[in-house]
Design a protein around this ligand. Structure first.
Ligand code: FMN
Length: 199
């Protein structure tokens, strides 16, 4: 399977990118392929009524071609990083996340619960099937000085997240919908709170 990894951080040494790098290792050990998506730094601010910028088209194609997507989105000021939401707003016009199996992580001081909730809501609205979430608090205490995640419990939790994502993408509709209900219910997001399918 091909799993795309979208990092919502603009930072050079990023805790969220470190999560995706650990996920990449876990995917490789399960014989799956991963792809680091176009950098969020390349995505311009959303503008209606313009041709889609090349970076946006590339990102939407990366989503479309993958069997599942894992998002790692930092939290700033009690919400999802604005530039990451901006990148997702472009995807409304492409429909590339409709029906896509997705997982969401956030790594930051308090564990990014607000970021996860907001990203789960907008992805659900876009028709994505959110099947797993995982927040990592105080990531510096779980990493080596280079920022690589080293905490064994956290690495195991990332492996579990990846397994659940792959199981959902590989599995039956029943599995996907059960995982989605388990994921969205605590966030008080209704799975049917979404736009109509793209025509
Ligand atoms: C201005 C600012 C606001 C922040 N707000 C939050 C927040 O609301 N919740 C949280 O968990 N972390 C917050 N953080 C911590 C960041 O989420 C944390 O530094 C995270 O590691 C950033 O992601 P990155 O390392 O992937 O770039 C904030 C950091 C800054 C600089």
């Amino acid at each position: 399977m091909l799993i795309s990894l979208f990092c919502g951080s603009t930072g050079l040494q990023s805790a969220n990118r470190a999560t995706l790098e650990a996920a990449e290792v876990a995917l490789r050990s399960l014989n799956h392929t991963s792809l680091h998506c176009t950098s969020v730094n390349e995505i311009p601010i959303f503008e209606p009524n313009v041709d889609l910028p090349v970076a946006v088209v590339t990102l939407s194609e990366q989503f479309e071609e993958s069997d599942a997507v894992l998002f790692a989105i930092p939290e700033y000021g009690g919400g999802a990083a604005g530039w990451a939401k901006n990148a997702l707003d472009w995807m409304v016009g492409t429909g590339s996340l409709y029906g896509k199996v997705v997982g969401i992580t956030s790594s930051g001081t308090t564990g990014g619960a607000n970021s996860i909730e907001q990203i789960a809501r907008t992805l659900t609205w876009q028709g994505a099937i959110v099947v797993a979430t995982f927040g990592i608090s105080t990531p510096k205490t779980k990493s080596d000085p280079s920022g690589r995640l080293t905490d064994s419990t956290t690495l195991q939790q990332i492996e579990s997240l990846v397994e659940r994502l792959v199981k959902s993408a590989n599995g039956t509709d029943e599995t996907r919908l059960r995982f989605r209900a388990e994921t969205l219910s605590p966030l008080q997001i209704h799975p049917d709170d979404r736009r109509p399918p793209p025509s």
